[in-house]
Design a protein around this ligand. Structure first.
Ligand SMILES: [Zn+2]
Length: 80
């Protein structure tokens, strides 16, 4: 099942950005996912598959998401 990714989602990636940031905001959806570093503001495009493998956790959800539940994010199990 494909991962549910929405514009405005904030995710934590497994790998740290050179600027020191871990959190990224989803700014573009498509075959490639566009994400923006919340620390330095840099935008990066990566294939959806790679993005899904890189995500460690959803920090917060974008529009139409699971907001208002009071949960502190959703853990994503590691990909073998
Ligand atoms: Zn950065």
């Amino acid at each position: 099942m494909p991962m549910d990714i929405r514009l405005g989602d904030v995710v934590r990636l497994r790998k740290q950005h050179p600027c020191g940031g871990y959190e990224w905001e989803v700014v573009r959806l498509g075959a490639d996912i566009g994400i923006k570093c919340r620390t330095c503001g840099r935008r990066v495009l990566m294939p959806r598959r790679k993005f899904e493998k890189s995500v460690k956790k959803f920090v917060s959800r974008g529009d139409g998401g699971v907001t208002g539940r009071g949960s502190e994010g959703i853990d994503v199990p590691p990909v073998p």
